[in-house]
Design a protein around this ligand. Sequence first.
Ligand code: UD1
Ligand code: UDP
Length: 352
Amino acid sequence: MKIVSVVGTRPNFIKEVLINRRLKLLGIQEVLVHTGQHYDREMSDVFFDQLQIPVPDYQLEVPTGSHARQTAAILTGVEEILLQEKPDVTLVYGDVTSTLAGALASAKLRIPVAHVEAGIRTDARYNPEEINRRLTDHLSELLLTNTEEATAALLDEGFPQADVVFTGDVMQDILLHTVKSLELELRRGDYHLATVHRAENVDSRERLTEIVEGFIQSGQHILFPVHPRTRKKLEEFGLLDRVESCKNVELLPPVGYKEFVTLLAGCDKVLTDSGGVRREGYILGKPVVVLIEITWFPAILRAGWKRIAGAKRDAIVEAIRDFTPPSEHPPIFGNGDAHERIVAAIVEKFSK
Ligand code: UD1
Ligand code: UDP
């Protein structure tokens, strides 16, 4: 059996790690394609080095720029590779441009697609990730879900039950694995950990200003590893000097996975608009302040561990200072064996 895996962004690399190891353990051939969507050392190479992901078999270099240009470049690049490799299945992860373009190239060649993190839904129709996820689900023959609510959403939409498999969350698997291997102590330290990169936030002067002012006006110590896109926009909107000259918010470059998990383990609260970081915060028992109105993973909200502050400075200040979750902390993302279940589901469905 041969699998082509398409990855292109920071969260894709992190999701790939344990699946790659599992496939290797079972002697299943995986051809790894890096689309080049993320390309800076601290957004790409650092994850391959730290997590010992093998050097990709194919490295595309897609242009930065509009989604259309990027999608088109990945589509044609992946098509060529698939024609050459003729895999039994193409594996795609999450909801980024590389996910949709990889799935589309594959489905058009009648090579089946397996989608890790299928079924996550919001009503934010024009959110780029929502578009990518919905379309990728419709191109996929195997829909691997990380929560029971994602499974329910797919069944409600009429996807055949036989194509939908709940596996739990591979991000949880690698997170718990890393906490254990680094022997990290989980404690509520004296700083909060922030990340901001959603297009809806960073491309809007008003929203980015509100978020930055919320951080500054909270008066609390905030460590903020900054995505390159966000740094460019902080500069463009004249906000970089304002943050750099304040006392309580500390800007960092994007950090490697081990450093990030170490910061997560020791922080008090997580302040984020990331889909992945909000899950990681919850899993490690951190109250999560969400800086966008989109409610991915409503189960965290229902459990009372997420406060949606959006991009409103007063709500952000209030949440940073006062948000206190309940003591119950139900498991939402499976048992830590998602990578094994994903590989088992792929083998069951596609091995000849
Ligand atoms: C992408 C995903 C988003 C995901 C995020 C993870 C899409 C549409 N968006 O957002 O869902 O949450 O990755 O981090 O796929 N840039 C650099 N260096 C890099 C990468 C990006 O400078 O290594 C800058 C470039 O100016 C680029 C911009 O960031 O144009 C946006 O990059 P892009 O990959 O389009 O989207 P992200 O915001 O990273
Ligand atoms: N992450 C990291 N370094 C950072 C910020 C995030 O290693 O400086 C990791 C984080 O642990 C998580 C993943 O990147 O596993 C989340 O990626 P991101 O927030 O960029 O994307 P999203 O999950 O929103 O698609």
